[in-house]
Ligand binder design. Structure first.
Ligand code: NAP
Length: 281
């Protein structure tokens, strides 16, 4: 169920500070999103060994950057946005900041609720989530799953934190996260590949490379925006631009052949799902 109403998005009246561990690409985008939603900068605590200029500038607005850990009390939420490989070292180092009422929100790919629970104090309320790169422009889609310790209020807070970078969906079954990773987590790369290969095919069909690249980029971006704004199913939008016996139909006969794009995409997503399972151990 999507939960992205404007009424759900305010970040005022939290019970305590928001702690962000790792302010790189994803964590930085989340922090900017929270501040954009009116979150008070002096309630944001950021731990980041190498802050970018943008993050360092937020300290001048009141964000607490790398304060002594002992000065942080009763965080409402602790968002972990470091690389998954760093989890085993970093999470225990900050585990003491999670109090009884803190919800821990991880965006680390492949780090399971069980793994995280083992790195945090017993009984920690944990949300595992999987965003994707359009989060950088607040147009991501994130799928989240909570452990049983997460209360309704904590889940709502986690939802509001994640909604700062786009749409949020919740699942009850953590096993779905591998397929989620394969579809939306890795999905932006498939779309970029579509733009690359469409441009290359244009060159093969005789277009100058710069023109082919521009046509492919704008077509993928424009069609994506049209899809977003439309309530129609993608299949309906596709049919709407396909005249029987026309040029689009000629290409779709190839793309929709038995060994065409559908079969290839299914194999690709299955491979990514498998890999996600392997990485999660
Ligand atoms: N990018 C994506 O498309 C994407 C999609 C879905 C999920 N994710 C997940 O999002 C997480 C972050 O990815 P990202 O692309 O934002 O990575 P990133 O840009 O490398 O950000 C991670 C940040 O954490 C910092 N860090 C490392 N050790 C730390 C510590 N001890 N305390 C505090 N901060 C520390 C890093 O600092 P240094 O640079 O100094 O190491 C870096 O700035 C990953 O777990 C990834 O799985 C990313």
């Amino acid at each position: 169920m999507a939960n992205n109403d404007s009424s759900d998005r305010s970040l005022t009246n939290l019970s305590g500070p928001l702690v962000l561990i790792g302010a790189g690409k994803m964590g930085g985008a989340m922090l900017q999103g929270w501040l954009g939603l009116g979150f008070a900068p002096d309630q944001a605590v950021v731990f980041e060994p190498q802050p970018s200029g943008e993050i360092a500038a937020l300290a001048a607005r009141g964000v607490r950057l790398n304060p002594p850990a002992a000065s942080v009390r009763d965080a409402a939420a602790m968002v972990i946005a470091v690389k998954p490989q760093a989890a085993a070292e970093v999470v225990p180092a900050y585990a003491g900041l999670a109090g009884a009422g803190t919800v821990v929100v991880s965006i680390m790919a492949g780090q399971t609720l069980r793994t995280l629970a083992d790195l945090l104090p017993p009984g920690a309320a944990i949300v595992r989530s999987m965003p994707n790169t359009p989060a950088a422009i607040a147009r991501g889609i994130t799928v989240a799953v909570a452990n049983p310790q997460v209360s309704a209020g904590q889940r709502d807070l986690a939802n509001r934190l994640l909604a700062a970078i786009g749409t949020v969906e919740w699942v009850a079954d953590e096993a779905l996260m591998d397929a989620v990773t394969a579809v939306s987590g890795s999905g932006p790369a498939y779309v970029f590949l579509l733009a690359e290969t469409l441009a290359r095919a244009g060159v093969a069909a005789g277009l100058p490379p710069a023109l082919a690249a521009k046509l492919a980029r704008e077509t993928v971006a424009g069609a994506g925006e049209l899809l977003r704004r439309s309530e129609l199913d993608p299949a309906v939008l596709r049919r709407n631009v396909t005249s029987p016996g026309g040029t689009t139909a000629a290409a779709l006969d190839v793309l929709m052949s038995p060994k065409g794009l559908a079969a290839l995409m299914e194999t690709a997503v299955a491979a990514a799902t498998r890999r996600s399972r392997e990485l999660a151990g």
